[in-house]
Design a protein around this ligand. Structure first.
Ligand SMILES: *[C@@H]1O[C@H](CO)[C@@H](O)[C@H](O)[C@H]1NC(C)=O
Ligand SMILES: *[C@@H]1O[C@H](CO)[C@@H](O)[C@H](O)[C@H]1NC(C)=O
Ligand SMILES: *[C@@H]1O[C@H](CO)[C@@H](O)[C@H](O)[C@H]1NC(C)=O
Length: 243
């Protein structure tokens, strides 16, 4: 199974090093998401997801200056926020899951994926949940050039996966969302754990092409969740409860 160890911890400027077991073939010894590194295809790569209200990701509330959560000027640690760290294997399609009994997505609102310090990359803030709606399914693309992370972005496919005949709604023509009141954290029947599918693009430090993005594009028509049979029931059967 490709789910990576999830560590949900209160945000801190310094991250614990080496909380992830290194596996065979992993030559990347950067374990903090706030360090720079170059990777090759067999490596693990650490990145973080920060959860907070949207304005917390911008410097001085100026929404044209988005900083990395690694940048201490954001002082996320002084606000209501959470961080999850992941260490997926480069170029392997992975489905990450954020599942913590203490994690209630609508108390934060948005999430940003981030890694690196001098070469800091961060995704735009993605809406996760408010008191009305919760989005549980995301695709994150990690783009590398010569093994250095260049870009992180959310890939949307409209609402093609949004089941018909259910209480799911399509928000802004891009995210399939379910009513927050139906989530287990709010006394409802639905497991609103977040599922984040990863894809890699670009090249590693030996200029080998990273192909998993190509695979995701081609697999999407068959529903990628089929690859993760043990997650499938928890991530997609939630919709069945409405049929
Ligand atoms: C926000 O930042 C931009 C770029 O630094 C600057 O041009 C603009 O004046 C700032 N806006 C406010 C309201 O501070
Ligand atoms: C929640 O977010 C949706 C989509 O952005 C928006 O339409 C709705 O008004 C928001 N609800 C609340 C209570 O903020
Ligand atoms: C989340 O955790 C709960 C309790 O441990 C478990 O029952 C549920 O299946 C988990 N959901 C996912 C998507 O892993």
């Amino acid at each position: 199974m490709a789910v990576i160890t999830t560590l949900t911890a209160t945000i801190a400027v310094t991250f614990l090093a080496a909380v992830f077991p290194a596996y065979a073939g992993d030559t990347n010894n950067a374990f903090s998401p706030c360090t720079d590194t170059r990777v090759q295809r067999s490596d693990g790569f650490t990145f973080g997801l920060a959860f907070a209200s949207k304005d917390k990701f911008f410097y001085n509330n100026n929404n044209s200056v988005q900083l990395s959560p690694c940048d201490s000027r954001l002082s996320l640690s002084n606000s209501n926020s959470q961080i999850s760290l992941f260490r997926p294997k480069i170029d392997e399609i992975s489905l990450l899951s954020v599942n913590s009994t203490s994690f209630v997505a609508d108390s934060y609102g948005y999430m940003v994926a981030f890694a690196g310090r001098k070469y800091a990359a961060r995704s735009p803030p993605a809406f996760v949940a408010n008191s009305s709606y919760t989005v549980t399914s995301f695709t994150l693309v990690l783009e590398f050039q010569k093994g250095r992370l260049q870009n992180l972005y959310w890939k949307r496919d409209g609402c093609s996966k949004c089941p018909k005949n259910s209480k799911a709604v399509c928000l802004n023509n891009q995210d399939c969302a379910i009513p927050t009141s139906t989530c287990k954290s709010h006394g409802g029947p639905v497991d609103c754990s977040l599922g984040i599918q990863l894809a890699f693009s670009g090249t590693d430090k030996h200029l080998s092409a990273l192909n998993s993005w190509y695979e995701v594009k081609n697999l999407r028509q068959y529903s990628l969740y089929g690859l993760y049979s043990n997650l499938r029931s928890s991530l997609t059967s939630q919709y069945d409860k409405f049929f």
